[in-house]
Write a protein that binds this ligand. Structure first.
Ligand SMILES: Cc1cc2nc3c(=O)[nH]c(=O)nc-3n(C[C@H](O)[C@H](O)[C@H](O)COP(=O)(O)OP(=O)(O)OC[C@H]3O[C@@H](n4cnc5c(N)ncnc54)[C@H](O)[C@@H]3O)c2cc1C
Length: 427
């Protein structure tokens, strides 16, 4: 078989696989680019992502700041983001007629608010670039063909792929972009890679507690959370908005903690202690002082009906006071030192028991995948099996919610495709 005729094969028709296949085909290198997708539909997650709106990326253009949003993979992605980052994503889509808009929290969506705009743009770009998309093409096995790899390939890679229907395909190089699918991870493992077990990331906390029961929908603009796992030996802290739900707690601060604590929480069967500082801009002494001031200035007002801190939702304050067994009729003037002290503790470090994990419907991501030290992030090429490349969620990289997971997919796909095409350029 002539070396020129061997195609470049991308396994997996998700965000990473599509983006890589398009770049590969656009860069040319005189080879066919074949994209193999196991199911009958491509870009499924893109379509359902972000509640059907697709949170494509995040308005954060500084590589260092950007990496802080990746609980796993931050170090490896740092230099990748100097090569392809959210600004490049915005430009890539703009060049294909898709405008992205930025929401107040930095998340970027297509201006149409419709994920189809993104999947259509990717499908059109792939067609125009000449990518051959094969559906129902599940790769079952991948063998390095050392015997067929002559010296002409600088990285020496060449693989025989076997599909579910028994067909075989010989590839000059292979990009694995199979997401978190076990079949794809098995291919990586068979190629000699260590695969880290998948555990959920980005979830809500189940909390059953009288202080928040019946308050679903109440939100706090900014709290500071401190998660204690394994008897409080390890603590993780994150700040941000908090939302009370029917099952417990959610909102950006919780989702961030769930991502950074994903492995610890999994190891502890999702049992942990959460401390909530509802007034993070004040320290305990300042809260105490404010309550005492209120005792003077609002002496005749009922404690339960008049929250002294405007940022506290009134219903939450009422329920908190009642749950502390403070007489609902009590007026500020009659509040005891002990009452004040209990409120200070509740507001600055209220303790809540996490009893399980819930589901964050807008985005599902898991931690785990191909271990990172076996991948050369300058090329996204395997250090174990030359000629094999990785992009997207198949890697042990994951981000918090906000467009960071797609950005990791675009970036790693772009780098992998660039490296693959360079390797294939005729000498
Ligand atoms: C409900 C939901 C909402 C989300 N919303 C967002 C969001 O708004 N913003 C964001 O940044 N992230 C979001 N994410 C995360 C994001 O979708 C993923 O990070 C991203 O899709 C990963 O892309 P990927 O191409 O690596 O993997 P995938 O999108 O999972 O694609 C992998 C593809 O490979 C195929 N495949 C697997 N094995 C084989 C095989 N053996 N042979 C052939 N094909 C195979 C699969 O069928 C699949 O099509 C969301 C995830 C979910 C589930």
């Amino acid at each position: 078989m002539s070396e020129q005729l061997l195609p470049l094969v991308v396994v997996g028709g998700g965000a990473a696989g599509y983006f890589a296949a398009i770049r590969l085909a656009e860069l040319g290198a005189g080879r066919r680019v074949i994209l193999l997708e196991a199911t009958q539909k491509v870009l499924t997650k893109v379509r359902i992502s972000g509640g059907g709106r697709c949170n494509v990326t995040h308005h954060c253009f500084d590589p260092g700041t950007l990496t802080a949003n990746y609980p796993r993979g931050a170090r490896e992605l740092r230099s990748c983001f100097t090569r392809f980052q959210p600004r490049d994503t915005v430009a890539w889509f703009a060049a294909r007629g898709v405008q992205l808009k930025t929401e107040a929290d930095g998340r970027m969506f297509p201006s149409t608010d419709d994920s189809r705009t993104i999947s259509d743009a990717l499908e059109l770009a792939a067609r125009q670039a000449g990518v051959e998309v094969r559906l129902g093409a599940s790769v079952q096995a991948m063998e390095p063909m050392a015997s067929l790899a002559p010296m002409v390939l600088p990285s020496g890679g060449r693989f025989k792929l076997r599909l579910k229907d028994g067909q075989e395909l010989v590839a000059a190089a292979v990009l694995l972009a199979t997401g978190s699918a076990p079949a794809g991870l098995q291919l990586a493992s068979n190629a000699g890679h260590v695969v880290e077990a998948h555990v959920p990331s980005l979830f809500t906390f189940n909390v059953k507690d009288e202080r928040i029961s019946g308050l679903a929908g109440i939100a706090f603009a900014e709290v500071k959370l401190s998660l204690g796992v394994g008897g409080g030996k390890e603590r993780l802290e994150r700040s941000g908005p908090l939302l009370i739900t029917h099952w417990g707690l959610s909102g950006p601060a919780v989702l961030k903690l769930s991502a950074f604590g994903a492995i610890l929480l999994h190891a502890n069967a999702y049992k942990a202690e959460l401390q909530i500082n509802f007034l993070p801009h004040l320290n305990a002494a300042q809260i105490d002082l404010e309550l005492r001031r209120f005792k003077q200035s609002a002496a005749k007002k009922q404690v339960a009906k008049h929250p002294p801190f405007p940022e506290l939702p009134r219903r939450f304050w009422q329920q908190l006071v009642v749950s502390l067994k403070v007489d609902p009729e009590l007026v500020y003037a009659d509040m005891s030192k002990a009452d004040i002290q209990r409120l200070v503790v509740e507001l600055s470090q209220g303790r809540y028991a996490i009893i399980g994990k819930g589901v964050f419907k807008d985005e599902f991501v898991s931690a785990g995948g191909v271990t990172l030290k076996e991948v050369d992030f300058r090329r996204m090429e395997s250090r174990v099996a030359p000629g094999l490349y990785f992009a997207g969620e198949v890697l042990a990289v994951d981000g918090i919610t906000g467009g960071f997971n797609f950005q990791a997919a675009w970036t790693t796909a772009w780098i992998a495709a660039t490296a693959m095409a360079e390797t294939m350029e005729p000498a």
